[in-house]
Design a protein around this ligand. Structure first.
Ligand code: PLP
Ligand code: COI
Length: 339
């Protein structure tokens, strides 16, 4: 086996069909044994729950080549758990967490030639997802479901890599106070599409969503949590309506236990963003992408870290997290799963 002939350094964040994906079907109240398949096409009834009422949830995680040539995944247990929470909220059967991790291992092993080499700047993105596959016409959960997990090699999520982003405070809401913002449901992303298309058309990289109830506090962006740095403190929004980002939770641990920083989750008023030294977006796809400017309805809030490079504390967090993922820095127990 040898690595595929791909220009790893110039990959964007897109879909490339890889060799194998994992499929399991839920029918008559039970999951089948599941299998790897070459077939990337899905045939379902026109009346499937996913097509009519958006009954679908997904996850995102990555596999890496470490400095010493091992292939590893980062904290897949947390993705398995979050997917179980997402499924329960949409009245879908839970795909067992140990089977989720087994599917991750099988798909990465079957596509190991697509895992980008160490130092290439690319990674293998894994997309587990589940959807209602049987017919529903009255509003109710489907009886049958499919779990799938495919892999695609990716580069940076934001064009320009580590160049600081400009984001805007959105006029649209992402998550209702008692809605689905805390789970990874496809519907959360469908309703963000108009906001992201118009943001891009107006020259912004992403939308920063305020809390929907008061439109006063910072929540998160369309595809990543937000972090702020002030002095030696890492601050993140405390909210029940943001996605519990695995990257953000890992960074909070890294900040406290590796970098000796103070960590606080708190209500962060939009009006007070100007007090921070640095800001970044964090997620599996985004890793940590620095933010240089936040525009709140014409008012420009420019972070002191500027528009040319990551701020120094953000850089330390980035280097430590990616060092843990790529095996140059020792990982906390259980964070790295060898394939
Ligand atoms: N917030 C949203 C809305 C996301 O889509 C993602 C991506 O998964 C994240 C945050 C980051 O979560 P994680 O770090 O678990 O990838
Ligand atoms: C991820 O970071 O894995 C995500 O799912 C974000 C998505 C918007 C690409």
């Amino acid at each position: 086996m040898s690595k595929k002939d791909i220009d790893w350094g110039n990959l964007g964040f897109g879909y490339i069909k890889t060799d194998k994906r994992y499929v399991a079907n839920f029918k008559d109240g039970a999951w089948d044994e599941g299998t790897l398949t070459d077939d990337n096409m899905i045939t379902i009834t026109e009346c499937a729950g996913v097509l009519q009422y958006a009954q679908t949830v997904f996850e995102g995680l990555k596999a890496y080549t470490t400095v010493d040539g091992r292939t590893v995944a980062f904290r897949p247990d947390l993705n398995a758990k979050r997917m179980a929470d997402s499924a329960a909220r949409l009245e879908m059967p839970v795909f067992p967490e140990e089977r989720f991790i087994d599917a991750v291992k099988k798909v990465v092993a079957a596509n190991v030639d697509y895992v980008p080499p160490y130092g290439s700047g690319a990674t293998l993105y894994l997309r587990p997802f589940m959807f209602g596959s049987s017919a529903v016409i009255g509003v109710k959960p489907a009886q049958e479901y499919q779990f799938r997990l495919f892999a695609t090699p990716v580069g940076p999520y934001f064009k320009g890599g580590a160049k600081p982003l400009t984001i805007r405070v959105s006029d649209f809401d992402r998550a209702a106070p008692h809605g689905t913002g805390h789970i990874k449901a496809g519907l959360n992303y469908a309703m963000s599409l108009h906001a992201i298309v118009t943001a891009h058309a107006e020259g912004y990289d992403e939308n920063l969503y305020p809390d929907s109830a008061t439109r006063t506090y910072v929540e998160e962006t369309g595809g990543a949590n937000i972090i702020f740095i002030k002095g030696n403190k890492l601050m993140t929004p405390k909210s029940h309506t943001i996605l519990p980002s695995i990257t953000r939770r890992s960074l909070e641990y890294v900040a406290e236990h590796y970098l000796g920083m103070e960590v606080e989750e708190a209500d962060i008023p939009i009006a007070e963003i100007g007090q921070f030294d640095e800001c970044g977006l964090c997620g599996t796809a985004a890793v940590i992408s620095p933010v240089g400017k936040i525009v709140d309805h014409g008012k420009e809030i420019c972070l002191p870290s500027g528009m040319t490079a990551m701020g120094p504390k953000t850089q330390k967090l980035y280097d430590t997290l990616t060092g843990i993922q790529m095996g140059t820095i020792e990982a906390p127990e259980g964070w790295i799963v060898e394939i």
